[in-house]
Design a protein around this ligand. Sequence first.
Ligand code: FE2
Length: 429
Amino acid sequence: MFDLEVTGVIPTELDGRLLRNGPNPVGAVDPLSHHWFTGTGMVHGLRLREGRAEWYRNRWVRTPDVTDVLGEPRCRSPFGDDVRLFAANTNVIGHAGRTFAIVEAGTPPVELTDELDTIGPSDFDGTREHPYTAHPKLDPATGELHSMSYFWAWGNQVRYEVVGVDGRVRHRADIATNGPVMVHDVSITERYAVVYDLPVLFNLDAAMGGAALPYRWDSSYQARLGFVPLGGTADQVRWVDIEPCWVFHPANAYDDADGRVVLDVVRYDTMFNVDVTGPNDGPARLERWTVDPITGAFSSVVIDQRSQEFPRVDERVVGRRHRYAYAAEIGDHFDPGAALRHDLQSGTTERRAAGGGRGFGEVVFVPRSPDSAEDDGWLLTVAHDLAGGRADVVILDTSDFTGDPVATVHLPGPVPLGFHGNWVPTVTQ
Ligand SMILES: [Fe+2]
């Protein structure tokens, strides 16, 4: 759809694409065996330019589960037919001038055109195997992507990779763990990449029983954090044991002046323990962990008790000390709610409800200019109609977070509750 209806004024500085990914099953699903984490990936894109909402598109990511249902030919895979590809449904990024739909646990990045049509699975120009992650972290100092991937067939290990600005892997380290862990995300600082080695493990019985998501809480597994020097090797990892817990998403991490690492994370007490169809083991809260990788000292404080998810920061401070973090308040079953803006210096949080029977998904920050201060810019998010009606994209000015949106772009239809996305600015040659 072109030239969408807008209430308000879209800032002309916003020149690029707001991309989001999430599950949206293409065919019928069996409600007894389906897990919503594994639903077919659909990417949504909104192109903003010169104050206009130029286009909105949604496209299923053409993994074989989609093309088979739609009767389309399968995309050519550089990994051959022996590698089973499932939904690339969790995040969508721009890197090295290319667009990728990404997911964890075995499926490779799937390259898309700028207009979201599928090109096919990518091996990053022949430099990597298929399992990747939904959450690479871009180091603002280098423009490189740091990732921690896992795959049940690898057994007890995770894989640390660094992808250069040319879109090719330039560094790899296979890091041994004590079990076949699920690792959803990674943190980086100026010195370290952090392994979240936590007690959710691949469960063979669940897999053999046909579970769509065969990962389970294991209360006997020692939770720990691994600190590998940025760009470092497996023998350099320093491990710090912590109390059992689960983290899907850190907001950010940084090194403090005393050599410790500060990690702001959304923490759950357990995951896939009470409810294996979850996440539904209980609420999450935002915590600050301070860890000394040398001495093993660990401490934590609660920043905000509200149940929340999808924490983000200004991408320019990833791995650096941040003052602000943004998140989506959530209810049971990840129902979307209000947007949250945490000021970690003053210890205050602003809460902004979507209103009108709507709930906000993940919030994405866009700076007002490349040199503007942290948090000086706009927050873009999808306002989902909880009754299934048309969704909006809402643009909030951080200087008036609880006020009226700067602009609301009215999309032509609903957007299913999704996972993650990013603002991909137009690159002028
Ligand atoms: Fe995620």
